[in-house]
Write a protein that binds this ligand. Structure first.
Ligand code: GDP
Length: 436
């Protein structure tokens, strides 16, 4: 990831921490999920719980990186996981970690016994083999064109309903569908872990992705059930706007915040639905607690609703569609530069070590999440509080309600694409050498 990743706790008793993050490599967007490790009980067998966890993760992946310990060699648990992976028919790369430059060839030879190829030994800590691994990953993930076409086509706004179990996601879907025409999509042949429903809302096509629905239909595969977090992540990757549902009668929990954090991390639009308002008084304390905790996504509108009575549900969907609209907004370069110039004039960047940031030009990148590239004298001079100031100024002038926006600072001499190409080329060469 090249940066610290979010730490998340899944439902109690199902797993240890799940780490998750997304990043772009070349022009590909990659979601990386670390399932937290498979521990064997002393007899060598994986516990049923761990097996479920592994199966859930495997089913949801386009590609599995099977990480083993090069120094320990093959363990009984490794052999068992390898078995499971071979049966799953999901593409796998076997990655012995903790291999240094000298021991890489020996390591590969030993791990061939597991019957999984390719084998790319790495040292995560010493950054050995990572470029090569990335090249291999890019070769093996499905090509972009092969991804299934979403129901409703590109015109439909895609909303994902996400949240903890029992906050009322299914009830909300029913409430939305209850007053609109709905078609349930089953999408044969795809490994969907959410239920897609096409509706027409005030004349507009909307695809609602419900992450709870499958559970109730009883034909859910083993292992997937325990992966509400992974399910939310997958749904997020396909949506424009995430409706994050919270249970007002329980208040905001840490898990709610994690889920909202995912949506932000994924760069998706966010609307918060505080549900079950029929059970509580809409008192100041509740509203204040929610607003204070959601400070990190202050741009997201908060709606107080009841899926049971239908109160506030229409307004919620309208807000979500507005957020989707905001995300498609493209600013004229002149207006953008004008706004930034004024902002910088009003509040110049502070000096750092005798130097100060100069912004020469700003442009909006073609990206799903509104993204602005600032060409500056030296990206190291940007302080996060100044970046936040610029973001706030952009929002004050242009809106972007409900959607994260990304600011990228680039030195003028730096060409990230070139650096990346070079890195991948090096990886390819090294791999050839290793094969020889
Ligand atoms: P999910 O697991 O997030 O899909 O949650 P469900 O939609 O299954 O709802 C969980 C429970 O909360 C069910 O018993 C619902 O009837 C109840 N529930 C959902 N929305 C509301 C609401 O707005 N008000 C009240 N009082 N109960 C609700």
């Amino acid at each position: 990831m090249g940066r610290p990743v979010a730490v998340v706790e899944d439902e109690p008793g199902t797993t240890r921490d799940i780490l998750y993050g997304n990043f772009t490599w070349g022009d590909r967007e990659i979601i990386l999920v670390d399932t937290g490790g498979l521990e064997a009980v002393p007899s060598g067998d994986l516990t049923a719980r761990v097996r479920d966890q592994a199966e859930g993760a495997i089913q949801q992946a386009d590609l599995v990186l099977f990480l083993v310990d090069a120094r320990e060699g093959i363990t009984a648990a490794d052999a068992e996981v390898a078995d499971m992976l071979r049966k799953s028919r999901v593409p796998v790369i076997l990655v012995p970690n903790k291999a240094d430059n000298e021991t890489r060839a020996v390591t590969s030879a030993e791990f061939y016994q597991l019957g999984i190829e390719p084998i790319i030994p790495i040292s995560a800590i010493h950054d050995v083999g990572i470029g090569e691994l990335m090249a291999e990953i890019l070769e093996r993930i499905p090509a972009e064109e092969e991804e299934p076409v979403e129901a409703g086509g590109p015109a439909a706004v895609k909303l994902a309903i996400i949240g903890r179990p029992n906050v009322g996601k299914s009830s909300l879907l029913n409430a939305i569908v209850g007053f609109e025409r709905a078609i349930v999509h089953d999408m044969p042949g795809t490994t969907r872990d959410a239920l897609d429903t096409m509706i027409e809302f005030e004349g507009k096509p909307v695809l609602v992705i419900d992450t709870a629905g499958m559970r109730r239909r009883g034909h859910i595969a083993r292992g997937v059930e325990s992966h509400s977090v992974l399910r939310a992540i997958r749904a997020l990757s396909r949506c424009d706007v995430a409706v994050v549902v919270i249970d007002a009668s329980e208040g905001l929990t840490a898990q709610d915040l994690h889920i909202a954090g995912f949506a932000k991390e994924a760069g998706k639009g966010i609307v918060i639905a505080v549900n079950k308002m029929d059970l509580v008084d809409a008192d100041r304390a509740l509203v204040q607690q929610i607003q204070a905790s959601l400070d990190f996504i202050a741009f997201a509108p908060v709606h107080y609703i009841s899926a049971r009575t239908g109160q506030g549900v229409k307004g919620l969907v309208q807000a979500a569609l507005q957020v989707a609209e905001e995300r498609t907004k493209r600013l004229a370069t002149r207006d953008l530069n004008d706004a930034i110039e004024r902002a910088v004039m009003r509040n110049p960047p502070p000096h750092r070590g005798g130097r100060s940031l100069r912004v020469s030009y700003v442009t909006q990148a073609r990206a799903e999440t509104p993204t602005f590239v600032f060409f500056v004298n030296d990206p190291a001079l940007i302080h996060f509080s100044y970046a936040r100031y610029l973001e706030n100024q952009l929002r004050a002038r242009f809106g972007f309600k409900g959607t994260p926006i990304k600011l990228i600072f680039r030195g003028r001499e730096e060409r990230p694409q070139e650096a990346e190409d070079r890195r991948q080329e090096t990886g390819r060469k090294k791999r050839k050498e290793a094969k020889r």
